[in-house]
Write a protein that binds this ligand. Structure first.
Ligand SMILES: Nc1ncnc2c1ncn2[C@@H]1O[C@H](COP(=O)(O)OP(=O)(O)O)[C@@H](O)[C@H]1O
Ligand SMILES: [Mg+2]
Length: 236
């Protein structure tokens, strides 16, 4: 079965990995006829916990933090979880914790798309640049060794105030083999989506307000799913 696997990664914390993984899962579940698995590697489980109330036939949240716990202590278990999720889903979204390079997991997670949010703050940009340098290097080596298509790396300027923020991200990452995606604005609404209080509609409001962004990202993900399907058919 074809599948598309999207990792949300950045060693820097607080850049928006969980926010983006969470909202992307909800957006895709609402707009696509696809089976979605959203898996959380972060021991804080903010995405997993917040997604529980949105679970449906189409959207399944998984907690992978125990087989991960900061280092992939149970590689075998994690590997099995990844393989099972790839088989049982059309779209697999993986949220990863901060302080962790994620590159060591690439070999068996085999991401098609890596979404790397970053803010325009100097500290974030500096750490992210180094991270992307390492990541593109590792992926290049992997592609040379085992072949296959390089994952698409989408850098998302997040918590953006003005066009200058986007330019700073773009300029600092020039020369890296990454794509700078659509930016997301800084908005207080993003801070009120993880904790549900009865009757609030914060999540829906944010996704609707940023529908251009989520449509754009959704198109990229669905496009990759389609090309993976064609490839599977071609091999038959
Ligand atoms: N576009 C945004 N505007 C305002 N706050 C944001 C935005 N994106 C994320 N945040 C807030 O920033 C903090 C870190 O986001 P989070 O998704 O947890 O980052 P990470 O998973 O990378 O550590 C959270 O409090 C979140 O609500
Ligand atoms: Mg997080």
């Amino acid at each position: 079965m074809p599948n598309v696997t999207v990792m949300f990664a950045n060693t820097k914390g607080g850049v928006g990995k969980s926010t983006l993984a969470y909202l992307t899962a909800i957006f895709l579940a609402a707009t696509e006829r696809a089976r979605i698995v959203a898996a959380d590697l972060d021991p804080q489980k903010s995405m997993f916990n917040a997604l529980l109330r949105f679970q449906s036939e189409a959207l399944h949240a998984e907690d992978w933090s125990e087989s991960f716990a900061g280092v992939p202590i149970e590689r075998g278990r994690l590997r099995n979880a990844v393989n099972e999720a790839k088989v049982s889903s059309d779209i697999l979204l993986i949220d990863t914790p901060a302080g962790f390079a994620a590159t060591e997991l690439f070999t068996f997670m085999r991401p098609d798309i890596i979404v790397v949010p970053v803010t325009a703050s100097d500290a974030d940009i500096f750490t992210t640049k180094k991270y992307l340098d390492d990541m593109t290097h590792t992926l290049g080596e992997m592609a040379a060794e085992v072949g296959g298509v390089m994952p698409q790396i989408l850098v998302i300027p997040n918590q953006v105030y003005d066009a200058d923020c986007v330019s700073r991200v773009r300029d600092s990452l020039r020369g890296l083999r990454v794509q700078i995606g659509r930016p997301l604005p800084h908005a207080l609404e993003f801070r009120e989506i993880f904790r549900y209080t009865r009757g609030d509609t914060n999540v829906g409001r944010v996704v609707r307000r940023e529908s251009k962004f989520f449509n754009w990202l959704g198109e990229r993900i669905m496009g990759r799913l389609q090309s993976n399907s064609l490839e599977t058919e071609g091999r038959r």
